[in-house]
Write a protein that binds this ligand. Structure first.
Ligand code: NAD
Length: 740
């Protein structure tokens, strides 16, 4: 069979997300709802969504819309029909009747339900129809969430399920995990249990919500929204419905029941319209005081709000042993939460899946945890865990492990996929070097560099790892979400605070030398970005010889936002790319003026498609839908380039002062229109100086080193200004740019 056309029924949050993602994969899709107006509105929502659900907004008309009365005939020539209507069994049953009466034989029909068992969904279907029915549980937002749970029943045609899994992996880029028909499947069963444990323990131990979120967050390898922040994001009312469904579906003896009980404060919040970010606020809320927005946090005991406090735990890296052994309430809380998650998850093996590994992967893909429960157990160490955990009677997985005490119980990663992923390769590779910011692996005849800092921010050590790894062909790739959010601003500010600008200069020079080395070293260098590819991160990517990029990226040279200019070769390299265009060959000022706009406005691309016209990516760079495939594709490129020759050094001819004057003129207009302020003007002037070639004339030839020097000089002048320092401090504190 082949999936050439899909019909999605129900154009709400999930249906529209699924339709948009099919459109991303260039699969023709029709979206039906009760009325065409509703599905048309959904299309408008898709077009305006942020972060964007579409990789390429101009493709929106790849989605046809209609209604279930006049346009149901669309189902007749679809190969896959996805039902994503409201979570009501009577409505779903009616729709299935219509679908199975209309569809072509052998096509796949699936539901996106998050809580109704497949046995109930399919109870009215014939045995023949049951073969073609399954649950495809996508997560919201569909484009960005890696996990897709495919739930099969005893009647499912396994060949079809496997075909669908491959389609969803390769065409839609999902981490597709096949699950049994158990309540909440894998991701939500463990993820929601974990949230409930984190919440009930916070109440029990009298922790503030900020304290709980500070622990049940980055230190545990969990996104920083923690538990209370995540509740607000999902919707407190929606979470309450999810819990009700778990209470109904699970046996009374299931430990989930203990942590799913109604909490009076939550009932009150929902009643008062405090349903989270979509409502008046939730556990956190934004309040205005004297025209300033203040983030407030609720007191779990009194229900009163007060200004939210930042909790400093002094934790830089994930180290579960260090965390659970802290002799304070944070250590106690962490152990209590982690041990309960491990105990519960392992108690469900083999009932919900015979591969415990799938639970870990579901938590990575669906909840963005950096480790699943079994990896947490591995990281704590089997002996350490059993020394502390107490009785594990009735939990056959832990009982067995307590006998074998096998520290290597874990085995391979990512068993759910055939793709050769970085996660699978790392344990087979030799870690030849590491420093505090990056690891270097040797696999076969090439090296891999993985950045290991928070958001993969770059510093001297990151550059050192890259430089040292070029003694072989090199792939730069990370398992964590981001390629790199750019140069580590905190690291830079530490030198600023000490007035040590010499060290900053040394770092920038080393950054430049390293990037130049990546470009011209004897062996090919491949960057395989996904997630954030910003500032210095982009400079590394664009000065690599080849790029294999995930389609979900946020790419841009955003340095001007923090009051500096790209100084690791970013200005130079983008300028070079633009100077290769036909327009640039006719007009020497064309390329620098384009780049002045792109970098000056800190333009970012939110997909590979948007990165192309900015020339952050080139047409020949590879784009892949599945993040898991980045490594495999990068490896293929190395194989295809066995006879690699480094590129020829590029040179530039720039107009100097007359060109700079043009740029300044456009800055003056922005300044007069109050779009930029004093420092914005100053930063623009420095950028103009770099891109116009400084003190040059059109007949002079400039080398790459000349451009690197101009970048460095501009950067050093700017970093020493108070206003740039204010910008950086502001961004570090708020994550937002300061306009000054
Ligand atoms: P929603 O309320 O946003 O959208 C439901 C849509 O179904 C509405 O547009 C409604 O008009 C339409 N609808 C209702 N009756 C219909 C009918 N008879 N024919 C055609 N359309 C009809 O709901 P949602 O959040 O998109 O959820 C859809 C499904 O996905 C549910 O089964 C839900 O459990 C599941 N789910 C939701 C999420 C989530 O985060 N929202 C995540 C995973 C799964």
């Amino acid at each position: 069979m082949k999936i050439n056309k899909v019909v999605v029924i129900g154009s709400g949050t999930m249906g529209s997300g699924i339709a948009a993602h099919l459109c991303n994969a260039n699969v023709p899709v029709t979206l039906l709802d009760l009325t065409t107006e509703i599905s048309q509105k959904a299309k408008e929502r898709i077009q305006k969504s942020r972060p964007p659900l579409l990789i390429d907004k101009s493709k929106i008309d790849g989605i046809n819309v209609g209604n279930i009365n006049d346009d149901f005939k669309e189902v007749a020539d679809a190969d896959w029909i996805v039902e994503a209507v409201v979570e009501r069994i009577d409505i779903k049953h009616n729709i299935y009747k219509k679908i199975f009466d209309t569809r072509k034989k052998n096509t796949i029909v699936s539901s996106n339900t998050s809580s109704i068992p497949i046995s109930v969904l399919s109870e009215k279907l014939s045995e023949e129809d049951k073969k073609d029915f399954c649950i495809t549980h996508f997560f919201n937002p569909v484009r960005y969430m890696g996990l897709l749970e495919i739930v099969k029943s005893k009647s499912s045609d396994l060949d079809k399920i496997n075909y669908l899994k491959k389609f969803c992996e390769h065409e839609l880029g999902k981490g597709a995990i096949i699950c049994n028909d158990t309540p909440g499947f894998l991701g939500n069963r463990i993820g929601v249990f974990a949230m409930q444990v984190a919440m009930t323990e916070a109440f029990k131990m009298n922790l503030s919500i900020e304290e709980a979120d500070a622990i049940f967050g980055r230190p545990m390898g969990i996104p920083k929204t923690g538990v209370f922040g995540l509740y607000d994001l999902i919707g407190i009312d929606l979470m309450s419905d999810v819990l009700k469904s778990f209470i109904k579906e699970l046996p009374e003896t299931d430990p989930f029941q203990r942590v799913a009980k109604e909490i009076p404060l939550i009932t009150k919040l929902i009643k008062d319209g405090y349903t989270g970010r979509k409502g008046k606020g939730g556990f956190y809320r934004m309040n205005k005081q004297e025209n300033k927005k203040i983030l407030e946090a609720i007191n779990l005991q009194t229900g009163e709000y007060s200004t939210s406090k930042k909790i400093e735990l002094g934790i830089e890296k994930i180290d579960l042993n260090l965390l659970i052994n802290r002799k304070d309430k944070f250590g106690e809380y962490a152990w209590s939460v982690i041990s309960q998650i491990i105990k519960y998850s392992s108690s469900l093996v083999p009932g919900i899946t015979d591969k415990f590994n799938d639970i870990d992967e579901a938590m990575r893909l669906g909840f963005n945890w950096s480790m699943g429960p079994f990896e947490m157990l591995k990281s704590i160490g089997v002996k350490n865990f059993f020394d502390r955990v107490g009785d594990v009677k009735g939990n056959s997985f832990l009982e067995n492990l307590s006998k074998t005490k096998d520290e290597n119980f874990y085995g391979q990663r990512q068993l759910y996929t055939d793709i050769e992923t970085l996660g699978k390769i790392k344990p087979k590779a030799i870690k030849i070097d590491k420093n505090k910011s990056a690891d270097i692996f040797r696999f076969k005849d090439f090296n891999i560099v993985e950045f290991t800092t928070k958001a993969c921010a770059l510093d001297y050590d990151s550059m050192d790892a890259l430089k040292n790894a070029t003694d072989k062909p090199l792939i730069i790739i990370n398992e964590s979400m981001q390629f790199s959010a750019g140069v580590n601003l905190k690291y830079t500010m530490e030198f600023v605070e000490k007035g040590d600008f010499k060290s900053i200069e040394k770092f920038i020079k080393y950054f430049q030398q390293t990037c130049k080395h990546l470009k011209y070293s004897q062996y090919p260098v491949i960057s395989a970005p996904s997630g954030l590819v910003l500032g210095g991160g982009e400079e590394v990517a664009i000065q690599s010889n080849f790029v294999v990029s995930h389609t979900n990226i946020v790419m841009g040279l955003v340095e001007t936002g923090v009051g500096v200019v790209p100084a690791g070769g970013g200005c130079k390299e983008v300028l070079w790319r633009w100077s290769q265009t036909d327009e640039a060959k006719k007009d020497p000022d064309y390329a620098p003026l384009q780049v002045f706009n792109i970098i000056g406005y800190a333009k970012t691309a939110t997909s590979t498609v948007e990165a192309l016209p900015l020339k952050f990516l080139r047409p020949e760079d590879k784009k892949v839908m599945n993040r898991n495939s980045l490594f495999e594709e990068a490896k293929k490129l190395l194989e295809e380039n066995k006879n690699f020759q480094p590129p020829k050094e590029c040179t530039f001819k720039l107009s100097g002062k007359p060109l700079k004057d043009k740029m300044i003129k456009s800055l003056e207009k922005l300044y007069n229109d109050k779009i930029i302020l004093d420092h914005g003007f100053k930063v623009g002037e420095e950028l103009a100086n770099v891109l116009s070639g400084g003190d040059t004339t059109i007949d002079k030839q400039l080398s790459e080193d000349d451009l690197y020097n101009l970048e460095l000089e501009a950067f050093m002048r700017l970093i020493q200004t108070e206003k740039t320092q204010q910008r950086i401090k502001h961004t570090l504190a708020t994550g937002k740019p300061l306009i000054n």
